[in-house]
Design a protein around this ligand. Sequence first.
Ligand code: G
Ligand code: G
Ligand code: MN
Ligand code: NA
Length: 253
Amino acid sequence: LTIANALQQALQNNELELYFQPQQRVADNQLTGVEALLRWLPEGKAPIPPGIFIPIAEETSLICDIGSWVLRQACVRFDAWQALPNRPERMSVNISARHFHGPDFISQLSLLIHQYPSCRHRLTLEVTEGVFLENLHDSRSRMAHIKALGVNISIDDFGTGYSSFAYLRELPVDELKLDRAFIQYVAERPQDKAIISCLLELARTLNMEVVAEGVETPAQLATLSELNCGIYQGYLRARPMCEDDLIAWLKHL
Ligand code: G
Ligand code: G
Ligand code: MN
Ligand code: NA
């Protein structure tokens, strides 16, 4: 059995699960949202990390089936949280290029927003720069549809790809997620601090939110605070959690 076949079966056998990692405001630790992160928990076996199975799924249209499941599940869970105290106000979902550019993506999204109106203006799609490199023209029209549905767009792993900033002039981007490679040494390396400071300035001017990923230490958070970075996410505050753990975590906010 290949991994791709096993993954196909995992989807049918409900072995996939969404975990959620909180995102908080740097200034006051206010919860702003959660990022949905996919987990494969095979019955009676060790979990298989997404870093392994997502790239395999991305080689075929399997990523579209998985991505559709993730998107729907994210909306269903978010909608179910409406009455929770301290509930997150936003849900971010990772979207692969093949799914984004696929024939059904916009109609799927549209259906979900109509079925779960609580998700309108609350859902953020995280895409990497590579998504636009593939087809800038198609990306522009898709993003216009996405914005018209009241869905936000975030650039994941920002600054690590090979693309220029040119697409930022043409696309309705709401948020930049700074890759954790930039965050790791921000408290020690003036070069990294300068790059982040510059990206924050860029984002302010373009009216984009910034999320710093992979914040693990108080020193990193202190530097981000000094630089007036908006939002952070990382092990310092919370790891990705299953839904029950997230709900318990929210109670202690
Ligand atoms: O959760 P973790 O940090 O191990 O995720 C590893 C990688 O897998 C990250 O790059 C993340 O973006 C990706 N990933 C996690 N969940 C999903 C998902 O639901 N869809 C897609 N396309 N990628 C995901
Ligand atoms: O590429 P993307 O941003 O979607 O990936 C998110 C991944 O980063 C998830 O797999 C998540 O588990 C991981 N992650 C989240 N916070 C931290 C952190 O503080 N440190 C490290 N090393 N990884 C993190
Ligand atoms: Mn992400
Ligand atoms: Na990332």
